[in-house]
Design a binder for this molecule. Structure first.
Ligand SMILES: *[C@@H]1O[C@H](CO)[C@@H](O)[C@H](O)[C@H]1NC(C)=O
Ligand SMILES: *[C@@H]1O[C@H](CO)[C@@H](O)[C@H](O)[C@H]1NC(C)=O
Ligand SMILES: *[C@@H]1O[C@H](CO)[C@@H](O)[C@H](O)[C@H]1NC(C)=O
Ligand SMILES: *[C@@H]1O[C@H](CO)[C@@H](O)[C@H](O)[C@H]1NC(C)=O
Length: 340
């Protein structure tokens, strides 16, 4: 009997703790609900305040409960939020997302997301999707996000950019793929709408700009890959709107990098200059993108006999002779004392 009561009590307690009221923090925009703490696992009964178009859940340690934890963004959670058009869930330990097809904006930066399900609809409305700093190793899921204008997959584990995925994103303007593990970029799949492309800090091993067209591209970042050569005239041909290009790669040697920079400068394309204050004379060298002053070369050794060298040799020979003489005397003395 007592045990039963205890069980009921515990059950009630758990019910209370999973259905605690979620409240919006004061926020100057009426359509936005900013939430300090949420905990959600599939099946939890959870309700959000009504009447908000946008939810912002960012981790904060100021609550006693600690960081928010949302294990998954599933259809039940989206219903519980009353189907908002915009969701930002940053640093809440999310592992999977089933993307709602009506969502317009999703910012899921800094979670542990390993998969995004985009199989529930043919077309998705989303225009802005930020999945920076997660653990994604596959990007096939973006194929159906045909309305995207902004996509960030920065700092994930993507090993390949699959063919015929990016070409469906015909409205894409900003694409961030830096800090991943891919080795090639499918240039022919890059949508012609793209303005900004960042593929730095990956492991790209070659680029070929002949016969491709990136008519809107204004910004290109390919630095810190393993690209051994870049044909800038082909690049400029392919990108008539290019305004800024960052092309530093360790495998491009220093004189060639200088040529590349002057080619860019002649077309008024700006670039980060790792060589600022590093003049192209024999006194400086670049290692790993940094400028070092070379060590002064020692002047070649004089052929004539140096006075100092002569003095040093005299002293050396003199002390050698003295040492042998002392040893001889010592031996003789030892013989006299019959030590041997
Ligand atoms: C570019 O296209 C021309 C003509 O279509 C072809 O001859 C050339 O081999 C192509 N170059 C590259 C690098 O694909
Ligand atoms: C760049 O490619 C063009 C052909 O597309 C070629 O004529 C030119 O010599 C190349 N430039 C360099 C520096 O390799
Ligand atoms: C680069 O800019 C300068 C001044 O801003 C201009 O005079 C020059 O024509 C431009 N050159 C090119 C190739 O656009
Ligand atoms: C290196 O620097 C010295 C002065 O410190 C200068 O006289 C010399 O011309 C420089 N070398 C080159 C190759 O410019």
């Amino acid at each position: 009997m007592l045990q039963n009561n205890i069980q009921i009590f515990i059950w009630c307690l758990s019910l209370v703790s999973t259905t605690f009221a979620i409240e919006c923090l004061p926020y100057p925009v009426a359509s936005v609900c900013k939430i300090e703490y949420v905990s959600y696992n599939p099946g939890d009964g959870i309700t959000f305040p009504k009447g908000y178009q946008q939810f912002i859940i960012k981790s904060s340690v100021s609550t006693k409960k600690g960081y928010s934890k949302v294990a998954t963004m599933d259809p039940d959670l989206y219903e519980a939020m009353h189907r908002p058009s915009s969701i930002e869930m940053i640093g809440v330990a999310l592992r999977t997302i089933a993307l709602p097809s009506e969502l317009l904006l999703g910012d899921f930066t800094g979670n542990w997301i390993a998969s995004v399900d985009t199989s529930s609809a043919e077309n998705y409305k989303i225009t802005y999707l930020d999945l920076s700093s997660n653990t994604l190793d596959d990007m096939h899921f973006v194929k159906r996000l045909v309305n995207l204008e902004f996509l960030s997959l920065r700092t994930n584990r993507i090993k390949t950019i699959p063919a015929l995925v990016l070409n469906t994103l015909t409205k894409l303007k900003y694409l961030y793929l830096q800090y991943n593990h891919f080795t090639t970029i499918p240039w022919n799949d890059i949508p012609s709408s793209l303005i900004h492309l960042d593929c730095s800090h990956s492991v790209v091993r070659s680029v070929e700009f002949a016969n491709i067209s990136l008519p809107s591209l204004e910004y290109l970042n390919l630095q810190y890959n393993f690209i051994p050569s870049i044909n800038v005239s082909d690049l400029i041909q392919a990108t008539p709107q290019l305004k800024e290009a960052h092309l530093f790669n360790v495998d491009i040697d220093w004189p060639r990098m200088g040529e590349i920079m002057s080619e860019l400068a002649s077309k008024n394309i700006s670039y980060s200059n790792y060589y600022d204050g590093c003049p192209f004379d024999g006194n400086y060298t670049i290692k790993l993108g940094r400028c070092y002053r070379r060590r002064r070369q020692k002047p070649p050794a004089d052929v004539g006999i140096d006075k100092k060298a002569v003095m040093v040799s005299i002293v050396a020979v003199g002390s050698g002779v003295l040492f042998v003489y002392i040893m001889l005397i010592a031996c003789r003395r030892m013989k006299q004392l019959r030590w041997f």
